[in-house]
Write a protein of this length. Sequence first.
Length: 185
Amino acid sequence: MTLPAVRHDLTSLPARDSGRQDDSQNHRTYETGSAHRKHLNGLWGVDADALAVIEWNEDETAEWIEDANPVQLFHGRTVEPQPAEEPADRQEPLPNGVDGILEHIAAMAAGYSSGLKWNEEDKLKADMMNRPDRWVPITVEQVRAKCRALGMRPDDVDTVAGFLQRRKEGRRFNVQSSYRTFRFN
């Protein structure tokens, strides 16, 4: 059976300057990374037997491969997905109920074909603002590792980790009025 061609032209993406965020794509760029990373995340779950990605930014592509853990096809060899091996400090439960929050967020995102929905994002953002003490000891990398371990889509991993990064930088969120006072128990 011949499969239809799936073409993703990543060569038209702007080069990313180190130290400067490219906000030209959309408002979620900051939360999910550069345009290149966003395009790679868009490939998650594509119904194709194979997919070729031509690197534009080697560092981001390597990070995406680590996050998505796809089967990699090279000339003459195939690299199977790697089993998740987290350092010992990432295997321990995250404090202050953050493990349970991320498990809830992952379960909700898994229930939707397109991933995390705005209302779940708003709940998470509200909790980060209303309970900053809960999130202080948690690192962005711990959140990223936990989200990966929970099997979240790469785009959702970037979104959740991006929220924590923004809070660590002292930024605030715009949350819908119905969720402004929300706190996870």
